[in-house]
Design a binder for this molecule. Structure first.
Ligand SMILES: Nc1nc2c(c(=O)[nH]1)N[C@H]1C(S)=C(S)[C@@H](COP(=O)(O)O)O[C@H]1N2
Ligand SMILES: [Mo]
Length: 350
């Protein structure tokens, strides 16, 4: 399977000679699609196909909103296309009192800002269905305190205006980085990214980050979310992830000295170190890490090296966080819990 895939990449390389950007973009969409197909043919995975917009090269530390990947099962709801004048957030279930808030009501709460990386659980090895933004909104823990959940409640159910639904353990709403966000990168949330209100909960995959929230229900029971019903992980905890962004797979390099670059991410667990291997994973060496932008963001790594002569060289990367140890090569398929597989590329040194 993988061999066929590599062969395919090479032939795509040949077909798309003139426009490097187009080729890269095309390849990326292919990667996402192929990974979906490879992961588990036959399982109900249809629909988990994020729109990747930041498709090649080293990403910006903060992803511009227009390049931030988009994923939802049926597009933004029509009812919000003309604004949030009529929109309300309704809170019900195991709370002292059911309530309803307008956007103005919510904007009167004390707000917080946080840089947080979001990634899709369907993002394949080396995939780009992820982005980092500066989110702004109400700290989730403050809001939950205000709505006073009854003792022994278990789950917070969130429902989107598009009919999407997800549940998170009520205990996770204490997370110090979690936000009910209404701004992204200093601007009002765009329709694609969940205007007027979305959840941002560090450490969990995108499936939990409900956009266009219209209802919050506190429940005594556990709850199956939209993708969980289709077999995807209920917990959706972000796995360790690392990626080589420069050079690109199958690209020519015209210098023996090179600085290999990429990102690593581990949800809310931080990156402890990143290692690179240039000898088909017989040995690994430490890469240099840039300081993280926040506890919840991806980390940039670089690895200067010198190749002995012309030829094809394999490059592999793996990362470690304090709690999960080092990335192992045992979880390749995004389905059902997200991938943690090793990203490997091959370059051609001229
Ligand atoms: N209301 C709603 N929220 C949703 C979804 C959806 O289909 N509907 N998709 C989820 C998934 S699978 C992902 S990966 C993230 C993507 O967020 P983004 O489009 O802002 O990148 O939104 C999540 N929130
Ligand atoms: Mo997703």
């Amino acid at each position: 399977m993988i061999r066929t895939f590599l062969w395919f990449c090479q032939s795509v390389d040949r077909v798309f000679q003139p426009g490097k950007f187009n080729r890269a973009q095309f390849l990326n969409q292919l990667l996402v699609l192929l990974a979906g197909l490879l992961a588990s043919p036959g399982k109900a995975q249809a629909g988990m196909v994020p729109k990747v917009l930041d498709s090649s090269g080293l990403p910006d530390p903060i992803t511009p909103t227009r390049l931030f990947y988009v994923e939802d099962y049926s597009g933004p709801p029509d009812s919000l296309k003309k604004g949030a004048g009529h929109w309300r957030l309704n809170v019900k279930g195991q709370v002292q009192q059911a309530r309803s808030y307008s956007l103005q009501d919510l904007q009167r709460f004390p707000s917080a800002r946080q840089i947080i990386t979001l990634n899709c659980i369907g993002n394949p090895i080396g995939g780009r269905a992820m982005g980092t933004a500066l989110w702004e909104g109400i700290p989730l823990k403050d809001f939950i305190e205000k709505i006073e959940p009854r003792a022994f409640s278990k789950t917070l159910i969130l429902r989107g205006e598009d009919g999407y639904y997800e549940g998170i353990p009520l205990s996770s709403t204490n997370h110090p980085g979690a936000l009910l966000a209404y701004k992204m990168n200093g601007e009002v949330l765009t329709l694609e990214h969940g205007f007027p209100l979305r959840l941002i909960l560090p450490g969990l995959y995108g499936i939990k980050q409900v956009k266009w929230i219209r209802e919050m229900e506190v429940s005594k029971d556990s709850f199956k979310g939209y993708w969980n019903e289709k077999g995807w992980s209920a917990k959706a905890k972000v796995n360790l992830f690392s990626r080589i962004d420069y050079p690109e797979h199958q690209s020519w390099v015209f210098s023996r000295k090179l600085v290999i670059k990429g990102i690593a991410f581990s949800g809310d667990r931080g990156i402890q170190y990143v290692q690179v291997s240039l000898d088909s994973e017989k040995t690994w060496s430490l890469a240099k890490l840039e300081p993280a932008q926040s506890k919840y963001s991806w980390v940039f790594w670089s690895f200067p090296c010198e190749f002995p002569g012309p030829g094809r060289y394999p490059i592999a990367v793996r990362a470690a966080d304090q709690f999960s140890g080092i990335q192992r090569d045992d979880a390749r398929d995004p389905f059902p819990s997200g991938t943690s597989g090793i990203h490997r590329i091959e370059i051609l040194v001229a």
